[in-house]
Design a protein around this ligand. Structure first.
Ligand SMILES: [Zn+2]
Length: 229
């Protein structure tokens, strides 16, 4: 049986003044952040007091969905099943999306990272188009759309007009993806969270309330997809 200690990753931090535990949704582990000079024994003694909390958090994680044969994953609200065809003679992996199936023809025994790379590229194409469509409604120009793999910020907008989004928004319900994009595009006009900003964000969103609530309450579940590395 896995012990609570097996879920702990000790992170020494120069900034940390005290011990803290943080659930890492992507790695499905608990980060134990400790002051730089702390010993491992002291760190684990601290964590031992929160054994129940650690076990509860790990048990409550939604099951992981790897990019593997037969798994079904939603892509912009459309469920897609992964179908991997192994062909030893192939030189490279070929991936196509068709009628709710992600077809993978490959010579790799584990093409999951290749699938992830493909999905990131697909996410970038679709999310970029969505950003430009919304920006056009505002008559604003987007400088650059960048795709990231962040776990706490799903999107951001800089004063230079660069928008960054998590590729994992492709797995969210469409009104959520739509809301996050509306939020960042609204920042092209208002770089704050003033009432004017929220009014504009609402007018650019399909279903602002549902999207906003979902990303706040369920956003962490987007980390369940793919390989935890
Ligand atoms: Zn904001």
């Amino acid at each position: 049986m896995t012990q609570w200690q097996d879920y702990i990753s000790i992170k020494k931090s120069k900034q940390a003044r005290r011990y803290s535990l943080r659930l890492n949704h992507k790695l499905r582990r608990i980060d134990l952040v400790v002051p730089h000079r702390s010993s491992e024994t002291r760190a684990l003694a601290f964590a031992a007091q929160y054994q129940d909390w650690i076990e509860d958090k790990i048990a409550a994680l939604p099951c992981a969905i790897p990019f593997a044969q037969g798994e079904t994953i939603p892509l912009f609200d459309i469920p897609h099943r992964i179908n991997i065809q192994y062909e030893e003679a192939r030189k490279s992996t070929k991936i196509t999306l068709q009628n709710g199936i992600i077809h993978v023809i490959t010579n790799q025994t584990d093409p999951s990272l290749r699938i992830e790379r493909y999905l990131k590229k697909y996410a970038k194409d679709v999310l970029t188009t969505m950003v430009h469509e919304k920006a056009m409604l505002l008559g604003k120009r987007v400088n650059q759309v960048n795709i990231r793999d962040t776990s706490s910020r799903w999107g951001s907008c800089s004063c230079e007009g660069n928008i960054a989004l998590s590729w994992r928004l492709m797995f969210a319900p469409i009104e959520t993806t739509d809301y996050v994009i509306a939020h960042e595009v609204a920042h092209l006009k208002h770089l704050d969270h003033s009432p004017k900003f929220w009014k504009l964000c609402e007018s650019l969103s399909d279903d602002y309330k549902i999207g906003k609530k979902w990303i706040k309450d369920q956003g962490h579940t987007l980390m369940r997809y793919g390989t935890a590395i």
